[in-house]
Design a protein. Structure first.
Ligand code: KIV
Length: 297
């Protein structure tokens, strides 16, 4: 298994790269980002794709689900990410109720994420029941990534954030959903929180790449949430690994800043600009004159 790190002059990742990676058995690396500063770092690290996930509802906006996320939220975040991403394919999530009611909604909203946001592809949740929508989007020239298994926009129907498709009938339905997405023209499919054996089976059966999250190591790629990997949240899901403790680093850096300000040691000489002595003398003379005028002296 090989690792791909972008080199100088490397071409940007496209949906064709996804296909080529699967054919070459090279795993695809995807991570979320929701703003320019995180996207710049993620892109520089050489990931293949950045997901502007509707998980921004929780990680950035402080909601307890993805349901309140709007098209305006997604378009603005996608725009910020695509302003700086030079290498990674940027995939933007269609938020809750931006595509479920009609194919027209889906076309209009996916089109907005591409034209206003600059996304290279969109992602939507669901299987066979969204296949016709996927077909319409693909026919309009919009690359679509599917998403099955634990689909957070249906959390009230699923009854909680738990592993899906554990029994044989549900597992078979999931495989049928994947097939329907592929037949509709999806270029890849996210498999979220399903048993590893099922994810491996889906990956072997499908011609398009599978991107796992909480789906074991048998997928063609992996996607994770920026905040989970970097220790920026107060909860880490079981499927994530903390590669850094940036939350702790930020708290101690901000506490050190606060202590310096209170102690009067920041800003110091290094951060300070002084006025030219002649200009300062002139200013003092002018102020003295104006003080005399005001006090009538
Ligand atoms: O919104 C998101 O971050 C996602 C991933 C969890 C796949 O959809």
């Amino acid at each position: 298994m090989s690792v791909h790190v972008p080199a100088e002059g490397d071409r940007p990742v496209t949906t064709a790269t996804f296909r080529a990676r699967k054919a070459a058995s090279e795993r695809i690396v995807m991570l979320t980002a929701y703003d320019a500063s995180s996207a710049r770092l993620v892109d520089a690290a050489g990931v293949d794709a950045i997901l502007v996930g509707d998980s921004l509802g929780m990680t950035v906006l402080g909601y307890d689900s993805t349901l309140p996320v709007t098209m305006d939220d997604m378009t603005r975040a996608t725009f910020a990410v695509t302003r700086v991403a030079r290498h990674a394919l940027v995939v933007a999530d269609l938020p809750f109720m931006s595509y479920q009611a009609s194919a027209q909604d889906a076309l209009r909203n996916a089109g907005r994420l591409m034209s206003e946001g600059g996304a290279g592809a969109v992602k939507l949740e669901g299987g066979a029941h969204v296949a016709e929508t996927v077909r319409r989007l693909v026919a309009a020239g919009i690359p679509v990534m599917g998403h099955v298994g634990l689909t957070p926009q249906s959390i009230h129907q699923l009854g909680g954030y738990r592993v899906q498709a554990k029994d044989a009938p549900a597992a078979e339905r999931l495989l049928d959903d994947c097939r329907a997405l592929q037949d509709a023209g999806a270029f890849a499919v996210v498999l979220e929180c399903i048993p590893a054996e099922l994810a491996s089976l889906a990956s072997a059966e499908l011609a398009i790449p599978t991107i796992g999250i909480g789906a074991g190591a048998g997928c063609d790629g992996e996607v994770q949430v920026f905040h989970d990997l970097l220790g920026l949240g107060d909860f880490t899901p079981r499927h994530a690994k903390r590669y850094a403790e940036l939350g702790e680093a930020v708290v101690s850096a901000v506490a050190a800043y606060a202590a310096d300000v209170r102690a009067g040691t920041f800003p110091g000489e290094e951060q300070t600009t002084h006025m030219d002595a002649v200009a300062l003398g002139e200013l003092r003379a002018r102020r003295a004159g104006s003080v005399r005028r005001i006090s009538g002296g």
